[in-house]
Write a protein that binds this ligand. Sequence first.
Ligand SMILES: Cc1ncc(COP(=O)(O)O)c(C=O)c1O
Length: 348
Amino acid sequence: MGPDWRNIGNFIEDFSVTTNGLGTPANALEAARRAVDEISHYPPADFEPALTHLASFLWPEQGDTYKPMLLLGNGASELIDLVIRQAKPGKWRPGNTVTQYKEYERSAKAAGFTTTDASDASASLLCMVNPTNPTGDYMSVEAMKAYIEGTSAPGTTVIVDESMQPWIGPHWRHDSLIHQREWVARISAEKGVHVWVMTSWTKIWSCTGIRLGSVVAPNPEALLELKAKQVPWSVNCVALAFLSSVVHDEAYLASTWELTPQWNKALRTELNIHFPSWTVHGEVYLSWVWVDTHDVETTTEAVRLASAAGTPVRSAGPGYNMPTFFRIAVRDPKVTNILLGSLRRLAK
Ligand SMILES: Cc1ncc(COP(=O)(O)O)c(C=O)c1O
């Protein structure tokens, strides 16, 4: 929904976004508030000590080893644009899902790339989103590695966006490409296939307003080249303070892994009871569900009713050009009931 939620007079909850239903972590929010008192100073241009804190969070035993491959950005959006602009010009291709988050397409086109099919190995740029927003598909790390190796020609830049990946559970690091440093180095050296791992931190920590993302480069040299093209001080002192605090909030992640699947399943159960003809897609640990009503008018009406009730959902008509689909954020069932109540009149 982005900024539009402000224009809804009776706004209750934003079901149109993929942010964490637990809301912004309280301690990190407080740290961000305190940082506002320091806005008469520039933030550190090297992002320290927040960069070190994120490196230790990503690689608990080896933060110092891999920090030279890690860069922060003003949201993942800044880094998506930067990485795409330094890729070899030509064609770009998405992953092999029915659709995916559109920012890669926008950014690639703006940088002069033309779009080709997921199966076109002649593309010099491959951008995948895993888990995929909005379809909710997920590939395990071994399947992802096999897919990249099996479909990428030498000279390909690969971006895998893992913004939603930490939701899979406490074992998330083990199924993340962030932890596949040896494999990434090998395919870069042997095959000339360069893998960048992108993360938007604005979803799992529900902080889209402060803009916070990171990317892990295939090697330290590639990271330095990228950083040379980044505008200085692109992450402000509020976002840096938030990050330094939030990486220590283990309780928040533990609650996320406990509650999100419960709320997701509760939402699916209600949808199945009241709208048995609708199909609900996506992994159950994710912060949203992807709904196909199989009918354009029904989806249009669902989106209208949800908005009128102050509980907006995300239509997949504009943007994804899939007008029978819409996306619902996973939230506490108490507030989800208000949204479901607004849709009730569509029940057959
Ligand atoms: C998969 C994915 N990647 C990146 C982004 C952009 O994130 P940011 O807010 O960090 O720019 C989004 C936002 O919706 C997203 O869904």
